[in-house]
Design a protein around this ligand. Structure first.
Ligand code: GLN
Length: 485
């Protein structure tokens, strides 16, 4: 059962050939069989899942399903609050933290009858590109378990790619949905900033963070986005635009669209990625799309801009984890300041500490203008460059990542190398626009390649129409692994 696509599961539940209890229990069996190798789950509450699935089956039996998605399982990255459940953010400092309330996305998923599978592993506080920064475990790539699944939502991506779930939610601040989706051969969308409420998502960098779906087919992305999007009074940055509806993703005529591309960069991108990118661009051109090469030279600054803004915001957001209000408290009976220092010293991992220090430095009075102020100005230039691009094109097509999945441990000693994994994804977050990673076949090592498609703000409908179209290209298809080695 667990090899089915999201769409097959949905139609099976609706035509009565599947029931949620058996479906969820088949996923539980799959998780128990292969997660000891993949390490995607930090915990699994089998009794609760079975109970919720049973309730869903009863609703369907009584002819009162909450929606046509009632009974479908979905995984949750461990930074999304669920009432009465642990939310660790992959950090020791929140090891025993239990959320007192539901995130808005959780309320919305529950209202449609989704079955929640919480506890997917992540880089601590969503800081990382490989899921090696989790304080608990290192998640593995289902295509090759000696490699990383990408990050920070690596648990979510690996769970879907290894058929432990058809769907999952992640969060994307600089690439954390798209990059792991790419490295794991599945679909992963970062919606427009403000499209989905951040209420109940533990903040990393509030002006960049956005929750979004992973799925093993495009329809899963479309359906989940239609459920979780919309204005929320609990999040003042959620947008007042009409919520996304699945009918917004309709048909698209490739011969009428203009696609912006970037010049392939063989010194930074792996050759197989260069080749696949060129191949897809040629095919789109043959189908009649207008192909326009854009000038991305300004975007070479997106990594430094992103790391100044993201670390500044994280130093402020993470100040609340002080040993008093939340989570771990290390109190040796000394002064209050010692309690703060000891709690943070033992609760946070190295990468989180590095970023708090960096962010505190760039916000300090002597350096604010030189770093943070300048980064904010440069961010506006990135945003403007997209405004200019979208005068010329309808979509932008790029690789999601310059490389396929790298080996576990390969980049942990060099933070800059790790940061470069997001060289193609961060500028989209700086501009607040939507972008999706789609599967684009395998490289010569058998590892997934991903392509990233970006559209203007709030045009997820058009974006997902194009995604539906590209999902038909046989050369982009990826068979998810059945055997995990
Ligand atoms: N890898 C980037 C970082 O470490 C992006 C993370 C994210 O999107 N949450 O900040």
């Amino acid at each position: 059962m667990y090899y089915k696509t999201y769409s097959e599961i949905k139609s099976g539940l609706n035509d009565g050939s599947l029931n949620s209890f058996e479906l969820c229990n088949s996923y539980i069996q799959r998780i128990e069989a292969i997660d000891p190798v993949i390490n995607a789950f930090l915990r699994l509450n089998k009794a609760k899942i079975s109970e919720e699935a049973n309730e869903s089956d009863k609703r369907r039996k009584n002819g009162k399903p909450l929606s046509d998605m009632d009974g479908i399982p979905i995984g949750l990255k461990d930074n999304i609050c669920i009432q009465g459940e642990k939310t660790t953010c992959g950090s020791k400092i929140l090891e025993n933290f239990v959320s007192p309330y539901n995130a808005t996305v959780i309320e919305k998923l529950k209202s449609k009858g989704f079955i929640l599978f919480p506890g997917l592993n992540m880089d601590e506080f969503a800081m990382g590109s490989s899921t090696e920064n989790s304080a608990y475990q290192t998640t593995k790539n289902p295509f090759d378990t000696s490699r990383i699944p990408g990050g920070s939502s690596g648990g979510s991506a690996a769970a879907v790619a290894s058929s432990m779930l058809p769907l999952a939610l992640g969060s994307d601040t600089g690439g954390s949905i798209r990059q792991p989706a790419s490295l794991c051969g599945i679909w992963g969308l970062k919606p427009t900033y403000g499209r989905v409420s951040r209420y109940g998502l533990v903040a990393y960098a509030s002006s960049l963070d956005q929750i979004g779906p992973f799925s093993n087919d495009p329809q899963g992305v479309i359906d989940v986005l239609s459920v979780i999007s919309g204005k929320d009074l609990y999040d003042s940055t959620s947008a007042n635009t009409p919520a996304f509806s699945s009918i917004d993703a309709g048909k698209i005529d490739i011969s009428k669209i203009r696609i912006g591309i970037m010049k392939p960069n063989p010194s930074e991108w792996e050759q197989d990625i260069v080749d696949r990118y060129k191949q897809v661009v040629e095919k789109l051109a043959k189908s009649g799309a207008a192909i326009i090469e854009l000038d991305f030279s300004l975007h070479s600054y997106s990594i430094p801009i992103y790391y100044i803004i993201a670390t500044a915001e994280c130093s402020s957001n993470l100040a609340r984890f002080d040993g008093i209000r939340y989570g771990l408290r290390v109190d040796n009976g000394g002064k209050l300041e010692d309690l703060y220092i000891n709690s943070k010293t033992s609760g946070f991992g190295d990468e989180v500490k590095r970023r708090i220090l960096l962010g505190t430095f760039t916000l300090s009075s002597g350096y604010y203008d030189a770093y943070y102020g300048k980064a904010q100005k440069a961010r506006i230039l990135i945003k403007k460059s997209y405004d200019e691009f979208f005068k010329q094109v309808d979509f932008i097509l790029q690789p999601t990542s310059p490389t396929t999945a790298f080996k576990t441990g390969e980049r942990t000693k060099d933070p800059i190398q790790m940061y470069m994994a997001d060289v193609l994804t961060t500028s989209v977050n700086l501009a607040g626009i939507p972008s999706i990673s789609i599967p684009a076949g395998l490289d010569s090592k058998g590892l997934p390649i991903g392509l990233q498609i970006t559209s203007p703000a709030f045009q997820e409908g058009k974006l997902l129409s194009l995604v539906n179209e590209l999902a038909r290209y046989p050369e982009l298809k990826i068979q998810l692994p059945k055997e995990i080695k």
